[in-house]
Design a binder for this molecule. Structure first.
Ligand code: ZN
Length: 501
């Protein structure tokens, strides 16, 4: 009931009673009854008024507050005798907002008859799960050749509890190339958090392409370029040579520099690329036809199964023709004589035998040694060579031990018999002083001269890797420095030593 209305009614009744009491002067009995009624009525009204309780509008007897998220409890709206008395309400009791727990407080409202208290329960709770933050990529590409190193994490919780040591890390295999790393943690209120990092095992290693033959080729204009391709090996996928794509063309009819590009990708898309440089060059008109600036590479004492095929490979790749002064060969090496001949090299006679004591014991023995091999070569390739290199050279003095003056005679005899003989003016030292490929290389290139024809003495006997390994560089040097390479033919001017026996 409206308290103001009550007050008004009380006032009006009071006024009415006072009026009636004064009007019924003579009836004392009635006066007494009315007065008694007035007293009773006044007391009951006053009692109701005095005993009315304030109204505290609490939301709920229990309030849940997240830990660390609340700093002050608001006093609930409170009325007393229809008036807003919120501002005079006091909070009794304390709450530790940083600690999970149940706290009791009271709202205390002052009234006419004393303090009126309303209880309130505050539950400080932690129902928020921790937060795990992963360092590094959530989807991590790991090279199959590498080991996974934990990338780390941070963990935060609203309770400010340090949960770092509580984080459990486990691994879950998904497929052969994929797994999850699971980070899980539980705070002291039982809130759990889980994070996952996906690790994808990837092949990020490109294949390796090796060019077959030389990566720096030189070929004579109007000759044939043969694409030898390349080999590609991938650590994971193995041999990918079939998948190599070759692009670029060599126009062999036009001098210039060409590039052949080899590209290949492995199954994971790692791409490898390499390039072969092919220089198409024109044989210079200067050096002159007299042979100046020409290099005649000569190989003695072959053929050998270990060295001769590889020398032929290099000569073929460089498109350089040379001369082989051969010794007797058995039938298993016939193919090398044929190959030398078929690939455009010259074949000369070194001798059926190389044994000085036998070949230089007489003029006849020497000539037989020459013609015996000549016939054998003719039987192998259908061509009879007429160029000779004397074992030990025409300047040898070892023949003195077996026949005095024989070299002076033979040098004429061979020519009378239709042969021409060739000594050398550049010695690679590969049968003597040179110990390494570098020494062979230097012995040759340091003694070349543009002002003459250069006959280079080398050997293709078995095991002569010094020369084999220097050959490509020697040829490159010659080509880059304007020399031309030719095989010795019967028309090549003789290069001879001074005869000393
Ligand atoms: Zn020899």
């Amino acid at each position: 009931m409206n308290i103001y209305l009550v007050e008004l009614i009380v006032f009006l009744l009071l006024a009415l009673f006072v009026t009636i009491i004064f009007k019924v002067k003579k009836n004392h009995k009635l006066k007494l009854i009315l007065f008694t009624l007035f007293i009773i009525f006044s007391v009951s009204i006053s009692g109701t008024y005095l005993l009315e309780k304030p109204h505290v509008y609490i939301v709920s007897p229990e309030i849940n507050l997240q830990i660390n998220q609340y700093s002050e409890i608001k006093v609930p709206h409170t009325t007393y005798h229809m008036k807003d008395v919120t501002s005079s309400v006091k909070i009794i009791g304390t709450v530790d907002y940083n600690k999970v727990g149940t706290y009791k407080i009271e709202y205390e409202v002052p009234t006419i008859v004393g303090e009126y208290n309303v209880e309130q329960t505050i539950n400080v709770v932690d129902s928020i799960k921790p937060t795990i933050t992963l360092k590094g990529d959530k989807v991590y590409n790991l090279s199959y050749s590498a080991k996974y190193d934990e990338l780390g994490f941070t963990v935060e919780d609203n309770s400010f509890e340090d949960l770092t040591q509580k984080v459990k890390i486990s691994k879950e295999e998904i497929t052969d190339t994929e797994y999850d790393i699971i980070y899980s943690v539980e705070d002291s209120s039982g809130n759990t958090a889980v994070e996952r990092r996906k690790v994808l095992i990837v092949d990020d290693i490109a294949p390796v392409i090796s060019i077959n033959g030389s990566a720096n080729m030189r070929i004579l204009v109007n000759s044939t370029y043969t694409e030898k391709g390349a080999t590609a090996i991938d650590e994971k996928d193995g041999d990918l040579s079939d998948k190599i794509e070759i692009s670029g063309k060599v126009n062999t009819s036009k001098v210039g520099e060409y590039k052949i590009k080899y590209t290949v990708s492995d199954k994971s898309g790692n791409k490898a690329e390499t390039t072969r440089k092919v220089v198409v060059y024109k044989e210079s008109t200067n050096p002159s036809s007299s042979g100046t600036g020409v290099i005649y590479l000569t190989f003695d004492d072959g053929p050998s199964s270990s060295i001769t095929p590889k020398i032929l490979d290099i000569l073929k790749e460089k498109n350089v023709k040379a001369t082989f002064f051969v010794l007797n060969y058995n039938s298993s090496l016939e193919y090398l004589i044929k190959r030398e001949y078929n690939e455009g090299h010259s074949i000369g006679i070194h001798g059926y035998s190389h044994v000085y004591s036998e070949i230089y014991k007489s003029d006849e023995a020497f000539m037989n040694n020459v013609t015996k091999l000549q016939k054998k070569i003719a039987a192998t390739i259908g061509y009879s060579p007429t160029i000779i290199r004397f074992p030990g050279g025409s300047s040898n003095t070892v023949s003195k031990n077996y026949n005095k003056g024989i070299m002076s005679r033979l040098s004429k005899t061979v020519i009378d018999a239709g042969f021409r003989y060739y000594d050398w003016n550049v010695s690679s030292g590969d049968a003597g002083g040179a110990q390494t490929s570098a020494q062979v290389y230097n012995n040759v290139v340091n003694n070349l001269s543009k002002s003459r024809s250069n006959v280079v003495l080398m050997h293709d006997f078995g095991g002569n890797t010094k020369t084999l390994n220097a050959l490509a560089d020697i040829i490159d040097y010659g080509l880059e420095n304007g020399y031309i390479f030719k095989p010795i033919t019967k028309d090549t001017p003789m290069v001879t030593h001074h005869i000393s026996n």
